[in-house]
Write a new protein. Structure first.
Length: 93
């Protein structure tokens, strides 16, 4: 389920939409640095998506909440891919 930004006038369209179609050379990694926020890097072909916190010098409770939701959604994506790969079809749960 996609999420949209909430503006002063209610739900607005996403600011930007980017589709990355994984291939054999696709990679993901988490980079950590002393005294700086971590960075999640997703590389697909010539595109690179870097996800970090709202402030590179600190991590807030909202950043942790976002990271947890991101991890949950990545896990759900992996589960759906595995089901399709194994021919198990859509999991309605």
């Amino acid at each position: 389920m996609g999420r949209h930004r909430h503006g002063r006038r209610g739900v607005t369209a996403p600011a930007m939409v980017m589709s990355l179609h994984a291939r054999g050379e696709s990679t993901t990694e988490t980079r950590t640095y002393p005294g700086r926020a971590p960075v999640l890097v997703v590389s697909v072909g010539g595109a690179r998506l870097m996800v970090s916190t709202s402030d590179p010098q600190r991590v807030t409770a909202k950043d942790v909440e976002f990271a947890q939701v991101l991890a949950d959604q990545a896990s759900a994506f992996a589960h759906a891919c595995e089901r399709m790969y194994r021919g198990l079809g859509h999991d309605p749960a």
